[in-house]
Design a protein around this ligand. Structure first.
Ligand code: BGC
Length: 761
């Protein structure tokens, strides 16, 4: 028996331990004195210019660079373009301060990786870090030194399109993933020519938008803010992120871009963050629409006083700050401090010494076969097996005839997902191509079956073309608002009838998810549900591969389709990775990072909810619904593979601990099936009694464990008692004494359980 020891929660991460320490790296006196020297020589216009970022390298923007009135450009990439703009800054501007080039590298630069919710589903921090390293190497090869990632917003509402960009609903997992991504982007030193500066966004609680409507209001308690939404940002700060982006939303009445409490009291004073804060795209100007500023001058004043250092794209810092500083409305100390933070990052990133990019690098570093291999593995590990009745999967590779059905099976662009950096659709391997490459001798019959709604029509008239699908034959009367033709449907039915097995690739177009892509329905868009039902009615074995940026409404599919895989958008190697899993060349190992709702009415549904005063359904008077279970269709942490695991021998090695000790719990995990497999063993805790109500379970650790058939291992989790604490009603961090429950579990709804005690001192 092998004993795996791993300190999971000696976490730099959750809010507690490092909370009032200055955990960012110590300042470098040599850099600080070079900044002092520059500040003495800068005019107010030049200072304001360092705080202004502009979109693109248009002639007017380059003119601002020449005047020393632009600190950063974004959406400018390719070494020739960045070098040309940089030459103006370092050769033609008066003080020769280099530009910082930023870009949204959300899930890869050119080697496009799975969307973040997919890669997070791997629970594989090393591989996530490695994939961001690839992205950093590619981006820097093309002149990009700053990425607007990771997006670390916790999201509990799949209607919100941006749930695709984050790591799901859990603050612990979100923190671990945030730190891994920052480490991957920044490496050990942002001056490394292959490192980029990370930007944790969107500070903070943007994922809490009401109704899942993008850019909407967020009104939450300080407890929820601190326990759920802040931890991934704190983890990113602890991991050394150079920058933070403020959010678009109104947060408890003070928009995130003007929120002194979060941007200064917490980020600077409590956490000691010494990088800089950039606004989101025009979010400074938007303070006018929020109704907290009369004009752009007041918007700038409120943003910079709250703690925003750079204005993205709006131009208002550039135009308004000089007058505000000259009048004293913005104290010179405030302006200088913001400039200092921006210059500090430029110095730390080595831009003053190495402002240019070697154009030869792109040839070797971008889309290399080594990069593609990392992506293929990441894609394999991101796909969640949700159902596999009678072990239909993996499929026998000697199968003779396969029908592959669905528009997404044959769409290159959609494999990349909604925010594909400098990705190129022609790089993508579709599911159809991947299956054909894996089975060169099989007879593969492709049929689209039905069109998914066109995005053009959706944008033009969301009310009319909104995603609510026509009621389908099996569940209601047929509707007529979408584009599938009976001929498409018939072709798919004919293909299915001729085949031994059917693989259906259904879901959302990539652009149906992401920013400004909230949905009021989680149904399969277009006539895909009708298509699915018609193909299932053929009686052929059906494997459903879902591609989407969010959990979809698949209750019917779960009742009628024997095998279901959630593939998210897997990136350039999509088709190869899907084929690897379908035919057993690799086994699924991903787990859901969000609770999968049964119906839209259940939203929000998340595993770490409170118990309430009436949790059980023994009487009518309980928390829940008359017409629906309150349990999700699949819980957080859920996912299958091609073997089974047995959990046993839970052992709490430290039955009583004081608040400064470490909890150790072990359990034995055994592979009881016929194939090797990887289990994501999860560790949850519940504090039975505290002065604030506690979640029914909280994830506090996980380990990916690979076992051969018949093999078993003891898996141990060690957690500092301090990391089991919570905020009391006065927002003080405490570790309440008393009894705690503990689970070692395959997901958030199952597991073997025990208890331990925390003593008062
Ligand atoms: C998004 C950010 C993004 C920025 C720049 C905004 O609309 O909210 O996440 O980094 O645009 O593209």
């Amino acid at each position: 028996m092998i004993l795996i020891r791993r300190v999971t929660l000696a976490m730099l991460l959750l809010l507690s331990s490092c909370q009032f320490l200055f955990c960012q790296s110590a300042l470098n006196p040599a850099i600080e004195s070079r900044i002092d020297d520059l500040l003495k020589r800068m005019t107010v216009e030049e200072k304001s210019g360092q705080l202004a970022q502009y979109d693109g390298d248009s002639a007017p923007n380059l003119d601002l660079v020449r005047q020393g009135r632009a600190g950063s450009l974004f959406n400018v990439f390719g070494a020739d373009r960045t070098n040309a703009a940089q030459r103006i800054a370092v050769e033609k501007s008066r003080l020769k301060i280099p530009l910082l080039f930023g870009l949204d590298v959300i899930h890869g630069y050119r080697t496009i990786f799975p969307v973040p919710i997919g890669s997070a589903s791997s629970f594989d921090l090393d591989l996530i870090q490695q994939s961001e390293r690839v992205a950093a190497k590619e981006a820097t090869a093309e002149g990009v030194k700053w990425v607007f990632a990771p997006m670390v917003d916790i999201a509990r509402d799949p209607r919100w399109g941006r749930i695709v960009e984050g790591a799901g609903e859990d603050p612990y997992l979100g923190s671990m993933v945030a730190a891994a991504r920052v480490r991957g982007f920044q490496g050990s030193n942002i001056a490394d020519p292959q490192s980029v500066i990370a930007c944790a966004k969107h500070f903070v609680a943007y994922g809490g938008v009401e109704g899942g409507r993008d850019y909407n209001t967020v009104d939450i308690s300080e407890e929820l803010l601190r326990e759920v939404y802040l931890p991934p940002f704190h983890a990113a700060v602890e991991a050394g992120t150079g920058t933070i982006m403020s959010g678009f939303e109104d947060l408890n009445g003070v928009p995130a871009t003007a929120n002194h409490h979060t941007l200064t009291d917490i980020l600077r004073t409590e956490w000691g963050f010494n990088g800089f804060v950039v606004s989101d795209y025009t979010s400074v100007k938007e303070l006018i629409a929020h109704g907290i500023a009369r004009d752009s001058s007041e918007a700038v004043l409120k943003a910079i006083i709250a703690g925003v250092d750079m204005d993205m794209a709006g131009g208002d810092f550039g135009t308004q700050l000089p007058a505000l500083a000259k009048s004293g409305a913005v104290p010179m100390t405030v302006l200088d401090e913001a400039v200092r933070r921006v210059l500090r990052i430029k110095f730390q990133a080595g831009l003053f010494d190495n402002p240019y990019t070697d154009p030869r690098r792109a040839h070797d570093d971008v889309l290399s076969s080594a990069n593609l291999q990392v992506e293929r593995k990441m894609a394999q590990e991101s796909i969640v097996l949700l159902k596999n009745q009678n072990n239909l999967l993996p499929l026998d590779p000697s199968v003779k005839t396969i029908a592959v059905i669905g528009q997404l099976a044959d769409s290159k662009a959609d494999q990349l997902g909604p925010w594909a950096g400098n990705g190129n659709a022609s790089d993508a391997v579709t599911p159809l191509e991947g299956i054909k490459a894996r089975l060169p001798n099989a007879n593969i019959l492709y049929a689209k079956g039905a069109d998914i709604l066109s995005m053009e029509k959706v944008y033009k008239n969301p009310g009319l073309y909104g995603f609510v699908p026509a009621p389908t034959t099996a569940t209601g009367a047929a509707g007529a608002s979408t584009e599938a033709t009976p001929a498409d449907l018939q072709e798919a039915i004919t293909a299915a009838n001729k085949s031994d097995v059917v693989i259906m690739v259904l879901g959302e177009l990539a652009q149906m998810t992401g920013e400004a892509s909230s949905r009021a329905s989680l149904d399969l868009p277009g006539k895909q549900q009708e298509l699915l039902e018609a193909i299932v009615a053929t009686g052929k074995p059906v494997v459903l591969v879902l591609e989407s940026g969010r959990p979809l409404h698949i209750t019917w599919a779960n009742d009628h389709v024997p095998a279901i895989m959630q593939a998210w958008f897997p990136g350039v190697q999509a088709g190869n990775a899907i084929a690897d899993l379908l035919f057993g060349d690799a086994s699924p190992s991903a787990r859901l990072t969000i609770s999968w709702p049964r119906s839209i009415g259940q939203i929000p549904t998340y595993y770490n909810h409170k118990n309430t005063g009436r949790p059980t359904s023994e009487t009518r008077w309980h928390t829940g619904y008359l017409d629906e279970s309150k349990a999700p269709l699949f819980p957080f942490g859920y996912g299958l593979t091609y073997t089974n695991f047995k959990y046993g021998n839970l052992h709490v090695e430290t039955s009583t601990i004081n608040p400064s000790e470490t909890l150790s719990v072990s359990a034995e995990i055994e592979n009881t099936g016929q194939r090797p497999g990887t289990e994501v063993v999860q560790f949850y805790v519940h504090d039975r009694v505290a002065n604030t109500s506690r979640p029914v379970r909280e994830l506090k650790g996980f380990q990916r464990v690979t076992l051969a058939p018949g093999e078993h291992k003891s898996v141990e989790f060690s957690v500092n008692a301090n990391d089991l604490g919570s905020y009391d009603p006065d927002m003080k961090w405490v570790v309440p004494p008393g009894t705690y429950d503990v689970w070692v579990a395959p997901n958030s709804a199952e597991g073997i359980t025990g208890t331990f005690e925390v003593s008062a001192k």
